[in-house]
Design a protein around this ligand. Sequence first.
Ligand code: LMR
Length: 334
Amino acid sequence: MKISKLLVGLFACTVSLGVYAQQPIVIKFSHVVAGDTPKGKAAEFFAKKAAELTQGKVKVEVYANSTLYKDKEEMEALQLGAVQMLAPSLAKFGPLGVREFEVFDLPYIFDNYDDLHKVTNGPVGKQLLAKLEPKGISGLAFWDNGFKSFSANTPIRMPEDMKGKKIRIQSSKVLEEQVRALKALPQVMAFSEVYQALQTGVVDGTENPISNLYTQKMHEVQKHLTLTDHGYLGYAVIVNKKFWDGLPADVRKQLDEAMVQSTRYANQIAKVENDQSLEAVKKSGRTAIHTPTAAERAAFKKALVPVHKKMESRVGKQTIESVYQATGFNPNAL
Ligand code: LMR
């Protein structure tokens, strides 16, 4: 009797050890946008690649649409180790104390994706990611979204049309200054709250790439959208450094490869996703879309490029100049 009990116990123990040995390493990947956005799709792609390349040793659980954490909370959760991976927009690193990331928010600093990639794929991008390490965070990659447009309930043709409007922005001092340069009122707000704030009139307008506008249905509560393309919005994929460094070396290598492939995928689909969202907004008939004339675009540039100089002390003159050098941007050639 005693022996059979022992055998049963031993068997249970072996089984549970076996199960334990097969328990995957779980990576919780939290983000705030919809699943069918450039970031949402890239996060799912990474989850798939990670499972494939580690042969099931790693399970990435993706939590989209702020279901796990909102903007501010997710940064704290990453540092505490409650989640392991995030991809916050580059405009959300200021509150962490890494102000240099706000260089990406400077209006018109990138003309197109090619210029942007000269920074994100080059030494400047590397140096920026390295600034996260003292915060207990490792930066793995930059993922694209796209160029932002302004929306509101009244037409936006010229900078003056923004005057006095309450505009929702992300938590970036550069974006605050950008909105002030248009004599509008910046209102920092978590992404998850924007739709309702627009619907109830807490804010009058916002700025986002079209994929975010469309997938959050903001076009249903914004009558006018002007394709200003006045600034860039993209992401840094980040992990809790202690967690990442503590992974078995072979697993980390496989995940690094999964990230390389996911980054390629993310940056391939970003423009297409935004173009498709624009078509969908057009088709909805809910929002009047305006493409600025050359004169209107020039007026916005004239109003907004001085923000670069104003924010030198915030972002760092050297960081701004290193971006100018990488892209060839000349703030005086307007
Ligand atoms: C926003 O808050 O507008 C964006 O950062 C959302 C996102 O992650 O694309």
